[in-house]
Design a binder for this molecule. Structure first.
Ligand code: SF4
Ligand code: ZN
Length: 707
C-alpha cells in the first residue's frame, strides 16, 4: 500500500457513503427538497468555494456529487491525491448538510456542528491582529484523556482557536474541561465528517475577507495556504478516511501532525510520536509565532514599575557590573542550536546569595529566525533596560557589560528567582520581535567564573565587532535612509529622516533601529528613503529625500537638509533630547539637554529654547536633536561641523566627551576639543563665554560668520 492507495481508498469509502445517503434522502424527500446549512449566505460553502455553484436542492446535490467524481482521478501523482482529499472533504460536507435536512438540529451540546457566517466575521479581527495566531483541528482520541486536555490547554494558553473532532471531545468532558466558543475551544462533532465545519470556516474566510471568487479553486487554496494559519493534529489510530481527509487538509495548506507511524510527507504529514510535542511541532510546521501576553513570573509586570527605585536597604541582592563581571547580550544563532523557551541557570540561584551581597550575572538571549540579522542584536538588547524595569521589585540600569540589577526583598519573598529574568526576556523578545524571531532561549550565568568568561570571551568581542560596524556605518556608505513618523500621533506634519550619522531627535531611533522597525512592520512608521538624486552635497539635500518628506508630511514640508541648522533644517516634533541654538557673539551654537535646568549664554533655558521649535515646522537657527548626534561628523556639517559648539552643560559635556574629542581630532586635528567648550561653571552669559573661548583659542571664533 502506498499513501496514494490509502487516500484513494478512503476517498472511495466516503464517496460510497455519500452516494448512499443522497439516494436515501431523495427516496425519502424527492429531488426538489431544499437543503442548506443554517446561518450562511454560501449554501454549501466548501462546494460553492471550489466550484462556484450554489446547491439548493437534493437533486442539485446529486449533480454536485457527479462533479466531485470528476475530481477523483486515480493516477498516482501528488495532485490526484490532493484532489481526492478535496473530494473527500466535499463528500463530508454533503453528508453533514443532509443532517440538517427538514430543519433538524443535529448537534447538541457541547458540539457545535456547522458554524454560521457571523462567527467567521467575528474571527476576522483577532485573526488579522494575531490575537488568534492560529487554528488547531484536533481529531480522534489522545493516548490518555490527560494528554488530550494538556494539548488543548497548551493551545488555548497561546490564544490559538481549538476545534475538536471525535474522541477528544469525550476526553475533555471526562476531565470536566470547559469548552465553548467563548473560551476558544469548539467541539465540532464526534463523526469524522464534522471536520468539514472548520474547513468551511477557512473557505468562507477566503470568500469574505480574501475577495476570492467562488469557483477559483486555485486562488482559494492559495489563500488558505497563505492566510489561514490552521493545522491538524490527528491521533492514532488513523484509518483510510482520516488519511483521505488529511490529504484534503494538506491541499488547503494545513499540515497534519500525527502520533501514528505512517507515511511522511515533508512539511505536510508529520509523524510526532510524543503527543506533548504536538504543540511545538505544529507551530513550527505552520510557521505560527506566538505573541505572548502572559509572563510567568510571581510578581507584576507593567510599565508602571519602570521608574521604581530600590534602595540599598530594600534589596535582597545586587548584580553590579561596575564591581564584578556582568553583561547582557543578544546573540543570533542557527535555529538548530536553539530550543524555544529553554531557560537555563548556570550557577547559584538568588537563594544561595547572602542578603545584600554584590553578585555577578550574565544573561545571553539567543535567538534564531529566518529574517533575523546580526544588526538587530543591539536593537533588541537596548530594550532589556525597559523590560527588566517593568518587573515589580526589579531595578535595572546601564547596558552591555556595565549593568546593575537589584532584586528587592519583596520580589524575592514573592518567589522571584534568577530564571524569571529569563522568562521576561523570552516573553518580550518573542512578542515584540515576532516578525524576525522564530525561536529564543535564555542562558543566565551567575557562576562568577562563567560570568567572566562570557563577558570577556563572548560579549566583549561581539561588542567590539558591533562598534566597528557602527563606526563604518556612514551616510555615504548606505544606499537608503529611513523616515520615522512615529510622532505624527501628536505632531502631524513632523518627519524625522534617520541616517547612520544622524539618529532621530528623540535619541531612541538610530538608523539600525529604523531598519529593524521597517523589517518588523513594513507598512509601519519607518519607510525606506532612497538618496540617489543629490541636490546639494554640502547641506545634505536630496530630491528623493524631499519627495519622501513631502509625502510623509502630507505636503506640509517642502524640502529639508540633513546637515544644516540654517538652511532648510529638519523639523522637530517636541520630544528631542537636546536643542541647539545660535549664539551670535561667539559665532557658534549652544546646546542644552532636557535634564539641564539652568540658564544658557543665549539667554534662554532649555524649556525656552525648546519652545522656539517644534510642531513639525522648520525654524532656522534652532534645531532639536539626539545626544548622539553631537559627536557626529555630520553635526552642522554645512556650517563647519562640531567646531561650532561653544557651550554645553557640564554633565552633557562629560557624556559626549570621548566621542566628540575623537571627531574633532579627526576633522580638524584638534586635541581635547571638549576642554575648549564652555559650560555653566564657566559662563552663563555671552561675554564671559567669549572671553573663555578667546583664551582657549576656540575654532568657532575664526570661522565664517554664521549669519
Ligand atoms: Fe521617530 Fe523619534 Fe523622530 Fe519621533 S522623534 S519621529 S520617534 S525618530
Ligand atoms: Zn517626537
Amino acid at each position: 500500500m502506498t499513501l496514494f492507495d490509502v487516500v484513494f481508498s478512503g476517498n472511495d469509502a466516503v464517496y460510497g457513503l455519500t452516494e448512499g445517503a443522497i439516494n436515501d434522502a431523495i427516496a425519502k424527500y424527492g429531488e426538489d427538497k431544499a437543503i442548506a446549512f443554517p446561518d450562511t449566505a454560501y449554501s454549501l460553502p466548501c462546494y460553492y468555494g471550489v466550484t462556484g455553484t450554489k446547491v439548493a436542492t437534493l437533486g442539485e446535490l446529486k449533480n454536485a456529487l457527479g462533479v466531485v467524481k470528476t475530481l477523483m482521478t486515480r493516477e498516482k501523482r501528488l495532485n490526484d491525491a490532493f484532489m481526492s482529499g478535496i473530494a473527500t472533504a466535499l463528500c463530508a460536507e454533503f453528508i453533514e448538510v443532509l443532517k440538517y435536512m427538514d430543519g433538524a438540529v443535529p448537534y447538541e451540546a457541547p458540539c457545535y456542528g456547522h458554524l454560521g457566517d457571523a462567527v467567521i466575521r467575528e474571527l476576522g479581527v483577532p485573526l488579522v491582529t494575531g490575537d488568534i495566531p492560529g487554528v488547531a483541528v484536533i481529531l480522534g482520541s489522545a493516548p490518555t484523556a490527560q494528554e488530550g486536555v494538556d494539548l488543548v490547554k497548551s493551545y488555548q494558553a497561546q490564544g490559538i482557536l481549538v476545534t475538536l473532532v471525535g474522541g477528544i471531545i469525550d476526553q475533555c468532558e471526562e476531565l470536566g474541561y470547559k469548552t465553548g466558543a467563548n473560551v476558544r475551544v469548539i467541539p465540532l462533532g464526534k463523526d469524522v465528517t464534522s471536520v468539514i465545519h472548520v474547513v468551511s470556516v477557512a473557505v468562507r474566510a477566503a470568500l469574505i475577507f480574501g475577495n476570492i471568487k467562488p469557483g477559483d479553486a486555485a486562488g482559494l487554496m492559495k489563500y488558505t495556504m497563505e492566510r489561514v494559519p490552521a493545522f491538524v493534529n490527528a491521533f492514532a489510530p488513523l484509518n483510510d478516511v482520516i488519511v483521505a481527509c488529511g490529504a484534503g487538509a494538506i491541499a488547503l495548506g494545513f499540515p497534519v501532525i500525527t502520533n501514528e507511524e505512517t507515511f511522511r510527507v515533508p512539511k505536510s504529514l508529520i509523524v510526532q510520536k510524543d503527543v506533548s510535542k504536538f504543540n511545538a511541532t505544529s507551530l513550527e510546521a505552520r510557521d505560527i509565532k506566538i505573541k505572548i501576553t502572559h509572563i510567568d513570573i510571581p510578581v507584576a509586570f507593567a510599565s508602571a514599575f519602570e521608574g521604581e527605585i530600590i534602595r540599598r536597604g530594600d534589596m535582597q541582592v545586587e548584580f553590579d557590573g561596575s564591581r564584578v563581571d556582568c553583561c547582557e547580550l543578544v546573540h543570533a544563532k542557527d535555529a538548530s542550536e536553539i530550543e524555544d523557551h529553554k531557560i537555563e541557570l548556570i550557577g547559584p540561584d538568588v537563594d544561595e546569595m547572602p542578603v545584600g551581597s554584590k553578585q555577578s550575572i550574565a544573561y545571553v538571549v539567543e535567538v534564531a529566525g529566518k529574517n533575523m540579522q546580526a544588526d538587530f542584536e543591539p536593537v533588541f538588547e537596548r530594550k532589556f533596560h525597559s523590560y527588566l524595569n517593568c518587573i515589580e521589585g526589579i531595578m535595572h540600569t546601564g547596558q552591555r557589560d556595565m549593568i546593575r540589577i537589584r532584586i528587592s526583598k519583596d520580589a524575592y519573598a514573592a518567589g522571584f528567582r534568577a530564571k524569571h529574568i529569563g522568562e521576561v526576556l523570552y516573553a518580550k523578545v518573542k512578542s515584540e520581535f515576532a516578525a524576525v524571531v522564530d525561536k529564543c532561549q535564555v542562558k543566565i550565568y551567575t557562576d562568577p567564573a562563567e560570568c567572566t568568561r562570557i563577558r570577556h570571551e563572548v560579549a566583549m568581542p561581539m561588542f567590539d565587532k558591533r562598534d566597528e560596524r557602527l563606526m563604518t556605518l556612514t551616510d555615504e556608505g548606505v544606499d537608503v535612509y529611513y523616515s520615522c513618523i512615529m510622532c505624527q500621533a501628536f505632531s502631524p506634519s513632523h518627519v524625522c529622516v534617520v541616517t547612520p550619522e544622524r539618529l532621530g531627535l528623540c535619541g531612541a531611533v538610530s538608523w539600525l533601529d529604523a531598519k529593524a522597525t521597517h523589517q518588523l512592520d513594513p507598512e509601519g512608521p519607518c519607510q525606506v528613503i532612497t538618496k540617489e538624486k543629490v541636490i546639494d552635497e554640502r547641506i545634505g539635500e536630496y530630491e528623493d529625500v524631499n519627495d519622501a518628506v513631502r509625502k510623509f508630511s502630507q505636503g506640509a514640508l517642502e524640502d529639508v537638509s540633513l546637515y544644516s541648522i540654517i538652511e532648510k533644517p529638519m523639523t522637530s516634533c517636541g520630544c528631542f533630547e537636546c536643542i541647539c541654538g545660535i549664539e551670535p557673539l561667539s559665532n557658534g551654537v549652544c546646546i542644552a539637554n532636557r535634564e539641564y535646568a539652568g540658564m544658557t549664554p543665549i539667554g534662554m533655558t532649555f524649556p525656552e529654547l525648546a519652545s522656539m521649535t517644534g510642531g513639525g515646522v522648520q525654524t532656522p537657527g534652532f534645531m532639536g536633536h539626539g545626544k548622539h548626534f553631537i559627536a557626529s561628523k555630520k553635526f552642522m556639517k554645512a556650517e563647519g561641523g562640531v567646531a561650532r559648539i561653544v557651550w554645553m552643560p557640564k554633565d552633557l559635556k562629560e557624556q559626549v566627551a570621548d566621542r566628540l574629542n575623537a571627531t574633532a581630532k579627526e576633522l580638524y586635528g584638534i586635541d581635547n576639543f571638549v576642554d575648549m567648550i564652555g559650560d555653566e561653571t564657566i559662563a552663563e552669559d555671552p561675554e564671559t563665554l567669549l572671553a573663555f573661548l578667546e583664551e582657549k583659542g576656540h575654532p568657532a571664533l575664526t570661522m565664517e560668520p554664521m549669519m
